[in-house]
Design a protein around this ligand. Structure first.
Ligand code: FEO
Length: 171
């Protein structure tokens, strides 16, 4: 059985993960409108992954005999200004999510909920990857500068990202 404090915190994290998906869908819409087809694909995959993060928490609450309470999702921004600004926003958002996951680990440790601490390790590792992915694209954008043809190649490369549903999850 989940302790109330842990359950409430995970329900808030489900909200944060669904908001992440909503935010990346908003970025996808912006990139699509701007003709950044590859960037839009990368962001759409990111949005899909965020939903699987929400579902991973959702499944866990149910597994532990807790109760999922879905909280409201706020409206994301709609204007992201440029391709570099999109990925600056991605990195900033992922750093924020990392701080939320770390906060969850702190709560689970305080409550001596070892199963939740262990479950959260997957997310700790995932956040390292999420930040590294955004940093990698930002570094490539810095190298490219304003060279349109190289920017075009990077956008094309981002178009190759594919969503792979996690095998241990029913979506
Ligand atoms: Fe689910 Fe990108 O954090």
């Amino acid at each position: 059985m989940l302790k109330e404090k842990v359950e409430n915190s995970i329900n808030r994290q489900i909200q944060a993960e669904v908001y992440s998906s909503y935010l990346y869908m908003a970025m996808t819409a912006y990139a699509t409108h701007e003709g950044l087809t590859g960037t839009a694909n990368w962001l759409k995959v990111q949005a899909q992954e965020e939903l699987t993060h929400a579902l991973r928490f959702y499944q866990y609450v149910n597994q532990r005999g807790g109760r999922v309470i879905l909280l409201p999702i706020e409206q994301p921004p709609s204007d992201f200004h440029s391709m570099p600004a999109i990925f600056e926003a991605v990195l900033k958002h992922e750093e924020y999510v990392t701080s939320l996951i770390n906060g969850l680990v702190d709560i689970a440790q305080e409550e001596k909920d070892h199963a939740t601490v262990q479950m959260l390790q997957w997310f700790v590792t995932e956040q390292v990857e999420e930040e590294a992915n955004a940093n990698d694209i930002l570094n490539r954008l810095k190298l490219i500068g304003k060279d349109g043809s190289t920017l075009f190649m990077l956008d094309k490369d981002l178009g190759t990202r594919v969503f792979t549903p996690p095998p241990d999850m029913v979506i």
